[in-house]
Design a protein around this ligand. Sequence first.
Ligand code: FES
Length: 162
Amino acid sequence: MTLKRRESLIVLGSTAFIASLPPAARALSFESKDKLKIGTKSQIDRFGIISFSYPGPTHPAQAVKLHDGRIVAYSLLCTHMGCPVSYDAETERYVCPCHQSAYAAWNDATVVQGPAPRPLPNILLEEDQDGNIFAVGISAPVFGSSTTIQQIDEIYAKESKL
Ligand code: FES
């Protein structure tokens, strides 16, 4: 059984996650046509992390349970040049091995160290009554998607004006 997004986010303890996205980011979210099951609540409670591919099969992504109990999910493709980033559970940061960019997992994957120009795309999650977790949308195109860098920059420029 499927819950509405807001109900699901409350179940996930992620109301702060959706609330912390800038209004324009929510409005411009790229909704997926289909939900993708990425795992279960008990799985992430036990292991703290679920790896999956989203929005396409060649786009690595990850959901993590933060120290404060929130569950967040991001694309793992660095916004600088697309290298896959790694999660450091102790500092709750994603770190890129190519040019050492770092992103704050606890703060919508904002950049805490460059040269990355923008946050990792945030993946929106839902949980159903059976404890299944689904990816249902993403806040921005992932690096290397068919959307051009110029289009991504236009999206972020619009957000900053709202
Ligand atoms: S590709 Fe990640 S910092 Fe350059």
